[in-house]
Design a protein around this ligand. Sequence first.
Ligand code: ADQ
Length: 512
Amino acid sequence: DDDDNGPGCPGSLIVVSNRQPYRHEYESESEGDDGSIVVDEPAGGLTAGLDPVVQEANGTWIAWGDGEADFAVTDANDCVSVPPGEDAYTLHRIDLSEEAVSSYYYGFSNQVLWPLCHEFPDLIEERGDWANDFEWYRTVNERFADAVAEHATAESIVWIQDYHFGLAPRLIRERIPKAATIAHFWHIPWPTPETFAECPVSEELLEGLLGNDLLGFHVDRYARLFLECVEQYLDGAVVDHEEWLVDYDEGTTRLATAAMGIDAETYDEHARAVEDPDALLEEFGVSPEVTLGLGVDRLDYSKGIPERLAALERFFERNPDRRGEFTFLQKATPSRTGIPAYERLGDLVRSEVTRINSRFGTDDWQPIVYTEEYVPQEKLCGLYRRADVMVISPLLDGMNLVAQEFVASCVGEGSASGAAPGEPHGDGVLLLSERTGAHERLGADAVTIDPTDTDAFAAELETALAMPASERRRRMRSMRTDVFEADLEAWMDSQFDSIRRLHDPSESNDDD
Ligand code: ADQ
C-alpha cells in the first residue's frame, strides 16, 4: 500500500479504548514453564485494525489492562512498549479493581448504556443500583482522562472508542492543552428521544460527549437522533441541524458519520486458503451434502437470535421437503456472562434449539446445529465461504461486521490469490435485518428482513434459497465492491479527514 494513501493520523495520536491491543499472560504451568510471559496479539476487528496505525504514528494507547501478567511487565507508570521487541508505541494500562470492573463495565456500560442505546430501557430498571455503577463509571472515566493528560500535548489527537467513555471527553478537555483535538467514535446506535428519556443521567452524558471536537457514528440516523436528544434534554445547547454542529459551554462539537468497515482482503485471503470447506462442516457434525444456513453472533439480546429460531421453525413447518436437506449452523459466543439478561438469553436459545430439533430432527439430521465453541478466524472464513445463506437478524445493531465478513469471505472456486471484489466469487445470499447499520450499505443487494415478522422472515429465507444463481452472483459482486471499497482503512481515513477539516475546513474531500 502507498504510504500517502494509508490512514495517516494528522497529529500525535492517543487512542483510548476499553480493550487493550496486547495482553500479557503467564504461560500455563502445565506446559512446564515457570512463569514466562506470553503475549496475545490483537485478535481482529478494531484493535487489530488500529494497531498498525498507532504503530506508524508512534502513538499512545490507553486501555484497561486486564490479564494476570500485565503489571509484571509495565513500568512504574503502568506503561509498556509494544509490539514486543518492536517498541513502536506506548501502551498505558489502567488497572481496575474487581469492583470497578463490575460497576463501570458490567454495570453502567453494559446494563445501562448498552440496553438504552439498543432500545431495551426495561433492562435498566432491572439493574437497579445504577447510581453506584455510575459513580464508578465516572471514576474510571476520570482515571482514563488523567492518563490522557500525562501524554497529551497541544498537537495531540485523542481518539476515544465507544460507550465505555461517555464522560471522558469533557474530563479530558479539562485536563489537556486547548489546542489538542478530542474525537470519539460511538460504535453502537443512539436511541430515540423517547427512549433517551429513560437515561438516568441524560444531562451528564450529553455534557460529557459534548467535550468532543468530533463525534462519529456509523450512520446518519444515529447522528440525527443524537442532535434531537441534545435539543430536548440539554438546556443551553445550540443545535445546528443543517451543519451537524452543537455549541455548548464555549465549545463546538461537530458530528460526522463513517460506516465502519473490515479488513476485507484478509477475510478474502483466509477464505481462499481453506482447502475443503465441506470438511469443516463435518467437524461440526454437519453433512457436507446439506444446503447450509449460517448465523454467527455474540450471544446478545440485541442480535435477534430467538427471532431467527422462530423463523427457522416456521420455515421447516412450511417446507417439509427441506427437512433433511437444509441445516442451520448457529455459532454463538457467550458474552457478558453473569448479567441476568444474558443468562436468560443463553437459556432460552439453548432450549429453543433443543425443542425445534426434537420436533423436526431425525436420526441422521438436525435442523439446527448450535455451538458455543471458539472458532478461529481462519475457520470462520471457511464457514462463511461454505454458507449458502447467511442470516443476520438483529433487533438493533450499530453496524454489524459479521455481514461484511461473510461478503468478503464469499470467494469462488479456482482462484489461488488476488483479493479483489471482481475475483471469482461465491454466490451465498445475505439475509439482513433492516435494523442494522450494515443495511444502509448492503440493503440493496441483501434480502431484507424484519426480524420480528416471523412469517415474512421465513418467506424471505425461502426466497433466498430459491434465488437463481445469476442473481445471487450479481448481488454478491455488488456487495463485495462495497465491502472492499469502504473497508477498515477507509473508515479510519474518513475519521482523520474529518479531524483535518476541523482545523482547516478547506481540506475537504467530497462532502456529502
Ligand atoms: P459487536 O456487537 O460485537 O460489535 P459485530 O460487529 O457483528 O458485533 O462483531 C464483532 C466481531 O466479533 C466480528 O469480527 C465477529 O467476527 C466477531 N464474532 C462475533 N460473534 C462471533 C462468534 N460467534 N465467533 C467468532 N467470532 C465472532 C459492536 C457493535 C456493532 C459494530 C461493532 C464495530 O455492536 O454494531 O459493528 O461494534 O463498531
